[in-house]
Write a protein that binds this ligand. Structure first.
Ligand code: LER
Ligand code: MN
Length: 269
């Protein structure tokens, strides 16, 4: 049985799952066929502990908690603070029963380029591996994962493809330092979604789903099947969370149909 999650609201706070209160949102998303939730902005003023408590009460998995910290700041002191904040985020995720914390290490590089032949990319990779090796025992002890997220070129000038994240995770070598596959970003950056998943399966710990236009799966022109088939082949058992806007006025209907589509495609794979 696959596990589906959804964002409760978009990054600009536009609600995704209808409902006048957070408990109502949780009830609604269950009725649409989802088992988990990822929080963007709308309900953060409730506070993480309260969000976690309400999710537990509703029997909905809070997929991700904790914000992480800036691991690739130009300022070494801020990087130390980033490592400490990331450890704190992981402890919070563990307390709330989440899978872990997502980490986008940097979007636009801040660190000065080193002297050639070393590249800025290589220097950032080196620093990150060292930091993650220090974070790993905390993640292991807490039983949660720090999940690196590659983003497309318009959002990240560092990690963009699964293979890059997998290389970093392999160098750290902890089962609790993982990366995720976001179908929207992969659709822009990967040569082949299925191959990227199969070739980098070892540390794959989480998935974001959206269609080509970042509306719900099925609302665009992305062929979702090769990616889903690859996830099935590698025995992926984690959450697939809809990180998308919803097309049309009846969001409940669209989310229900989209969740059903993912289940149908998965069964057909
Ligand atoms: C941003 O595009 C994105 O995919 C988020 O998951 C970043 O955390
Ligand atoms: Mn994402």
């Amino acid at each position: 049985m696959i596990q589906l999650g959804t964002y409760e609201s978009w990054f600009d706070a536009e609600p995704i799952v209808p409902g006048d209160s957070f408990p109502e949102v949780l009830e609604n998303l269950k009725s649409y066929g989802f088992q988990g939730i990822q929080i963007a902005a709308r309900y953060r003023d409730l506070g993480w502990e309260e969000i976690g408590r309400m999710c537990k009460e509703a029997g909905v998995r809070l997929c991700i908690a904790g914000g992480g910290g800036n691991l690739l700041s130009k300022d070494p002191d801020l990087r130390r603070q980033g490592v400490a904040a990331t450890k704190e985020g992981l402890r919070l995720a563990a307390r709330l029963g989440a899978i872990g914390t997502i980490c986008v290490p940097v979007r636009r590089p801040e660190i000065e380029p080193p002297a050639p032949p070393k590249t800025l990319y290589e220097l950032q990779e080196e620093i990150l591996i060292e930091e993650l090796a220090e974070i790993a025992p905390v993640a292991e002890e807490a039983g949660v994962s720090l999940i690196l997220e590659p983003l497309n070129r318009y959002e990240s000038q560092f990690l963009q493809r699964l293979e890059q994240a997998n290389k970093i995770c392999s160098a750290v070598g902890s089962p609790n330092i993982q990366f995720m596959a976001d179908f929207f970003h992969m659709n822009i950056e990967e040569v082949d979604l299925g191959k990227a998943i199969e070739e980098n399966k070892q540390y794959l710990g989480y998935v974001h789903l959206a269609d080509s236009n970042r509306f719900e799966p099925g609302a665009g022109h992305l062929d979702l099947k090769p990616g889903l088939a690859a996830l099935k082949r590698i025995g992926y058992k984690g959450f697939m969370t809809f990180e998308c806007k919803v097309l049309g006025k009846d969001k409940g209907k669209a989310l229900t149909e989209s969740a059903a589509l993912i289940r149908k495609l998965w069964d057909e794979c």
